[in-house]
Design a protein around this ligand. Structure first.
Ligand SMILES: [Zn+2]
Length: 94
């Protein structure tokens, strides 16, 4: 890794030159640009048997962002509740 010295004497990892056509991560509005780029990208999910948009991924393709972690936790909770309600139905049947 390359380092560059700041005017205050501290060191930080040097910025990599941004390749043409790539998005500069330090540029203002990076997140918005990534999001709008993601809105155009659709990927097929085998488990959903449907396409999902990268800006709003399905439960199997969530990112590690806090928002997506929350979605996933909620999904797990719902699945758990479903499983336990199925169990009670089974118990009633037997
Ligand atoms: Zn999926």
């Amino acid at each position: 890794m390359n380092w560059e010295q700041l005017p205050n004497g501290k060191w930080r990892p040097a910025k990599k030159p941004v390749a043409k056509g790539k998005i500069d991560q330090d540029a203002y509005g990076y997140e918005q640009r990534v999001k709008s780029a993601f809105k155009k990208i659709w990927v097929y999910c085998d488990r959903c048997e449907a396409k999902y948009c990268l800006a709003d991924p399905c439960i199997h393709h969530l990112t590690d962002s806090p928002e997506d972690r929350k979605k996933y936790d909620l999904y797990k909770k719902v699945e758990k509740e479903k499983a336990s309600s199925q169990e009670t139905t089974r118990q009633v049947k037997f």
